[in-house]
Design a protein around this ligand. Sequence first.
Ligand SMILES: [Fe+2]
Length: 288
Amino acid sequence: MELFSEERSAEVVAASFVDTPDPRLNQLMTALTRHLHAFVKEVELTEDEWAFAVDYLTRTGQLCDDVRQEFILLSDVLGVSMLVETINHRTGGASTESTVLGPFHMVQSPPRALGDTIALDGKGEPCLVSGQVTGPDGEPLPGALVDVWQANEEGFYDVQQPGIQPENNLRALFTADEQGRFWFRSIVPRYYPIPDDGPVGQLLAATARHAYRPAHLHFIVTAPGYRPVTTHVFVADSPYLDSDAVFGVKESLVRDVPEVDDPARAAEVGLPNPFRTLTFDLTLRRLE
Ligand SMILES: [Fe+2]
């Protein structure tokens, strides 16, 4: 075996993986070694910086439990989560673009009927959300399942405010009608900060970055025979659309949420007048 040297460090370590039985693991470890060593050489990492990094990753792990995943958050703010998501869900323009799942889909969404309200505490600016789920040729997907969850008008999910928000507030699982259509009553969500009281928050502060995500509703839409889509729809007039802390915004996912001032229409949909409307149609690809 070749002895370790500064010049050939990556090659020497990569060679130690040569007998890895799993070819994919071999590829991953070889490439990881190459990039890690190139990084250390490029910045000429000091021993203090190395020790800080070890301590930082240790603290990141120690903050993780059943409801807090600081490593995913770290991946999110480094753009790695979005990159993995984007590489694995290339649409070629043929379907609704995906974006990160995020950390707040931690409970099963309660089934509700089309037209129901998901704003159980009635707080916030009323909004009618509707759309149609279709396949790539525009064929409606009857019975498509539309799983939605969103933050309230103060930017918090129900699971972040137990005892303050009703359980299952602003969450639902809808079954689309025979035309693939869905509609429900909600409120306009607010932008919010990702949890910033841990190592990830320290990183953001040290690099003069903010922790905010622009206002959005989460969707997971599924239909038999089609590829599921995990995505958000973003509110067009929200702050932070151009600086999402986790890089989740795609232009195709931004929608205007115009106000409707029409007492008859408001009475028809069961909302106070005036109210806002958000239309989000989704297209799924066929499973190959
Ligand atoms: Fe979210």
